[in-house]
Design a protein around this ligand. Structure first.
Ligand SMILES: NC(=O)CC[C@H](N)C(=O)O
Length: 196
């Protein structure tokens, strides 16, 4: 597979920035809203935004089960921030009726780094990303409270896990799509190529 096709879940959140980052990392990127649009994708990005809204819209648009099936089929998925929340098997501080897709054996705490006005940027060393630390943008960011034995922790910040991978599912607490540094997107595109 030379140029993989990667969707960005476009129910809610910062879709456009991911489309740009993926295109700059040599993928064919397109927004995805309907179940049939998942069919010929090689991978999927779940953007940052608001996970409670995203979960609600996934139900309304009949996307919840198709998305779960996509993850279960072993297709590569990358979740940033709210997207990390969506790929968690379990949540803390979730809304009661909040659904996730699952995919990573981890417990994620929503809004763990504080509220909107406590958003910040920090340098984060991410395992597998060459060329030094990435600039992490944390916006009402979650952290990973605990992981199962087969989950790789790729980065921590302030003693908290902020990037993980389990099999073909990757997740970061922060937003690399907002920095113009597309090394994490390139890493994900390589993951997708390795599967294809
Ligand atoms: N920047 C973000 O994606 C914020 C995530 C948000 N706190 C949530 O629970 O969905």
């Amino acid at each position: 597979m030379s140029t993989p096709t990667i969707g960005v879940l476009a129910l809610q959140g910062d879709v456009r920035e991911h489309l740009t980052a993926l295109a700059e990392a040599d993928a064919l990127a397109r927004p995805v809203r309907r179940p049939e649009e998942l069919e010929d994708l090689d991978g999927l990005v779940i953007p940052g935004g608001e996970s409670t809204t995203m979960s609600k819209l996934a139900v309304v648009f009949d996307m919840l089960e198709p998305l779960r099936a996509f993850v279960r089929a072993g297709k590569p998925v990358y979740g940033t921030c709210a997207g990390m929340i969506m790929v968690a098997d379990k949540l803390l501080d979730a809304r009661e009726d909040q659904e996730t897709l699952g995919g990573i054996d981890m417990i994620v705490r929503r809004n763990a780094f504080g509220r909107q006005n406590e958003s910040f940027e920090a340098s984060v060393e991410v395992a597998g990303i060459p060329g030094g630390p990435v600039e992490g943008v944390f916006i009402r960011a979650p952290w990973v409270e605990s992981v199962g034995a087969t989950v790789d922790v790729l980065a921590t910040y302030g003693g908290h896990t902020v990037a993980v991978r389990q099999g073909n599912v990757l997740a970061t607490s922060f937003h690399p799509e907002l920095t113009g540094d597309h090394r994490i997107h390139a890493f994900f595109v390589d993951m997708v190529r390795a599967v294809g």
